[in-house]
Ligand binder design. Structure first.
Ligand SMILES: [Zn+2]
Length: 306
């Protein structure tokens, strides 16, 4: 069960790095924010119109990574690994200042973001937080790709499957329940690509900052990075990190089960749009703690519709 109360971080955190796709040096600062602020990006290289709320209907592009855009056309991209870290660490309120249009790729995973967030610690507010509780199954099938969201316990479960012709990646399926407390193998899983796709990505003008320092590259049955994989499920666990980061754009944490086969940013974002556009699929709830003296049985949270 996730925390019932809103959180931010205790102190500011600075990151420096490079954009995977634009190749530019970037400085990023995570700044604590008040209850009900939500997650908002601020482009500090621009003087005005520079705030971009991290919500699903601001998604402007989800090819290779997730980009969001405000009403003035100002964008920030590659938000998903940081967003995945915020989802897993249950950060609800944050201002993310960034002096470029792309989040630093770091080592291709969310490991450093999580490490810094845990190092400064979180600040808990006494403002209750809202959740999206799934009431009815909603699904999308596009060719062989599939994604669904359905009712579950008071938690988020992501069940993900990848199917690759490449023999090293092959078929992998894993499921992760968020409040189980062991998300480290999700956080430390790096983004990956096939060596044969590197040229295609570069021809699109992307991947300019890409290297073996920030992405796993697979050629035939070999991992080209020194040291190989961090663990045997790194590919599918990275897809779970991406999915978690994209689900963070729902604005509130989700209580439901997401099942995906061969999907990615586009499919997750398309599902969120369909799911959140019709209230038959969900309700927004918050938990009020009802405390009765001397009774551990009644000392349980009660869901109320918000
Ligand atoms: Zn990713």
């Amino acid at each position: 069960m996730p925390s019932f109360y809103q959180k931010t971080i205790k102190r500011e955190i600075q990151f420096k790095g490079v954009g995977l796709h634009n190749g530019k040096r970037v400085n990023m600062k995570l700044v604590p924010a008040a209850p009900n602020h939500g997650i908002v990006f601020k482009r500090t290289d621009l003087k005005t119109k520079n705030l971009i709320p991290a919500i699903f209907d601001n998604v402007s592009n989800s090819v290779l990574c997730t980009s969001i855009q405000n009403e003035f056309g100002v964008t920030v991209s590659m938000i998903e690994h940081l967003q995945g870290a915020l989802y897993g660490e249950e950060i609800d309120n944050l201002l993310i200042e960034i002096d470029s249009s792309e989040i630093p790729i770091m080592d291709g995973s969310a490991k450093e973001f999580v490490h810094q967030i845990r190092t400064v610690g979180t600040r808990n507010y006494d403002t209750s937080k809202k959740f999206i509780k799934v009431l009815k199954k909603c699904e999308l099938i596009i060719d062989k790709k599939f994604i669904s969201i359905e009712p579950y316990e008071n938690d988020l479960k992501i069940d993900f499957e990848i199917v690759y012709k490449n023999q090293l990646i092959g078929n992998q399926r894993k499921s992760v329940r968020l409040s189980n407390g062991d998300l480290d193998s999700v956080y430390n899983s790096r983004t990956f690509c096939l060596f044969e796709d590197v040229e295609k990505i570069k021809r699109l003008g992307l991947g300019k900052g890409g290297s073996l320092e920030n992405a796993v590259v697979v050629e035939d049955d070999k991992v080209l990075n020194d040291g190989g994989l961090r663990h045997k499920n790194e590919f599918v666990m990275h897809k779970i990190l991406d999915c978690m980061g994209d689900l963070m754009l729902a604005n509130y944490k989700i209580l439901g089960k997401v099942r995906c086969s061969q999907g990615g940013h586009q499919l997750t974002n398309a599902l969120l749009k369909k799911f959140l556009s019709d209230s038959k699929y969900f309700s927004v709830v918050e938990f009020k703690e009802k405390r009765f003296p001397n009774s551990r049985f009644y000392n349980r949270p009660v869901a109320v519709s918000a």
